[in-house]
Design a protein around this ligand. Structure first.
Ligand code: FAD
Length: 414
């Protein structure tokens, strides 16, 4: 029996393997890296069913243009003449309208809620494993009246779509952060959100899969494919040619180039972000987004992770210290008492979020190929949405109907 091969062992690839294995399917994961550090390990670890608004929204176009003028801003498109980048920007611009956003919201909402329910199931099945799950919501802090208007409007929209949202005053905020002053005009709390330790989850999944007979091959760059009568029958890596039954493309920010080699279009760009750890003193307690700077703050007991920026830069992995400084400066702006130290270069983590032009992931069969499926393009929600994506793909591959409507995630929609 030829194995089902998953290209890419990030969090989406691992969760897909997890559910395929549960269906009794023989799985092999190939990854070009060492599977120690990648986009799925150093992120903010937030599980956010409240994130029902896609990245490509009307506000992002006007805000993005302003942000592009600042070296420390949270959103940036690397200005270079590149046909694919130009095409992606055009599709992004076309998707950033109210009609498309309205259509996208139920898809993101249902996927997010389903994924969170799968996390609950996962935690119950592996109750002895500590993935650092904390379910006490996400607080969106704002400092300006423009931020207040935007976040409060979003709270109304969220409630209209059945997502719980509470507006907090500075006094309410201090109750959630009793150990230090928070400089904020107000906040919106999404009590249904959670956070976890992404590296702990990632390492656990790898160990679990290996122990249960899933083959995981690091340092196996996929370079080419052998195609026959509308199927891919061989995957060619830097080391060998592998006979395959089915393929699932979970290549993160590199999925577009892999799709191109296979022969189909998958508009997608890497959105680079950074994070770093700090000693958590005085101790911050409530996972938050510092919305004016789009910086995330995830407390993990004695340590805390700050992260942010979205540089649309293809697969360029160079570290831009001005952007890291932008994240760092947000800390004192919101938490003036926090004892922050600028991280050493080797302590700065970076990751490439796989960003689609409309902010919805690609989940489902690839066009014109009978044995290829895609699970990619989750942008800033890969951890959040990986269980649902994996479960949907496992259902599709074993001939069952998906547990929810996946039309919005159609791979050939552009
Ligand atoms: C600063 C920051 C904060 C974030 N915070 C959150 C958060 O709070 N919550 C959340 O849900 N998400 C968050 N994200 C997003 C999340 O990290 C990503 O969506 C997620 O990691 C993507 O997972 P993936 O499996 O699709 O891709 P990846 O983790 O990038 O995995 C893809 C894998 O494919 C492999 N690959 C690529 N090309 C090939 C090839 N040719 N051959 C073999 N292997 C190949 C790569 O080596 C890689 O390991 C954040 C991201 C950043 C940058």
């Amino acid at each position: 029996m030829k194995p089902t091969v998953i290209i890419g062992g990030g969090i989406v690839g691992l969760f897909t393997a997890y559910y395929l294995h549960k269906q009794g399917i023989e799985v092999m994961i190939l990854d070009k890296g060492d599977l120690q550090v990648n986009c799925s390990t150093g992120n903010a670890g937030m599980v956010v069913p409240s994130h029902i608004m896609p990245l490509a929204s009307p506000g992002m176009v006007s805000k993005g243009l302003g942000w592009m003028l600042s070296a420390k801003s949270p959103f940036y498109i690397h200005p270079k003449w590149d046909r694919k980048l130009f095409h992606w920007c055009l599709l992004f611009y076309r998707s950033a309208n109210e009609k498309t956003v309205e259509k996208s919201i139920p898809f993101l909402k249902n996927l997010g809620l389903y994924s969170k329910s799968l996390y609950h199931e996962f935690k119950e099945s592996h109750s002895k494993t500590d993935i650092g799950w904390v379910e006490k919501g996400l607080m969106m802090l704002y400092q300006t009246s423009a931020g207040e208007k935007e976040e409060n409007e979003f709270a109304v929209l969220a409630r209209k779509n059945g997502v719980q949202a509470e507006i907090l005053s500075p006094t309410d905020i201090q109750k959630l952060e009793p150990n230090q002053q928070v400089n904020a005009r107000g906040a919106v709390l999404f009590p249904g959100d959670a956070h976890l330790k992404p590296a702990a989850l990632y390492q656990f999944l790898q160990k679990y899969l290996l122990k249960n007979g899933v083959t995981i091959q690091p340092n196996s760059l996929v370079r080419a494919f052998e195609r026959k009568n509308g199927t891919i029958n061989k995957v060619i890596t830097q080391n060998e040619a592998i006979d395959v039954g089915k393929i699932i493309l979970c290549g993160g920010a590199w999925s577009a180039e892999l799709a191109e080699i296979m022969g189909f279009k998958l508009p997608l760009m890497g959105g680079k972000g950074y994070s770093f750890m700090q000693k958590n003193q005085p101790q911050l307690q409530q996972a938050s987004i510092l919305t004016d700077m789009k910086v995330s703050m995830t407390p993990f007991g004695d340590e805390v992770r700050f992260g942010g920026t979205m540089e649309i830069a293809g697969t360029n992995e160079a570290i831009n210290l001005s952007r890291v400084r932008g994240i760092f400066e947000a800390i004192k702006r919101y938490y003036p008492d926090f004892e922050a130290t600028f991280p050493k270069q080797e302590d700065i983590w970076h990751g490439l979020r796989p960003c689609t032009p409309d902010g919805l992931p690609y989940i489902g069969p690839a066009p014109n190929l009978d044995n290829v499926w895609v699970g990619s393009g989750h942008a800033m929600m890969g951890v959040s949405l990986a269980p649902a994506t994996g479960k949907i793909l496992a259902n599709l591959l074993s001939g069952q109907s998906p547990p929810l409507n996946i039309e919005g995630f159609r791979v050939s929609r552009f």
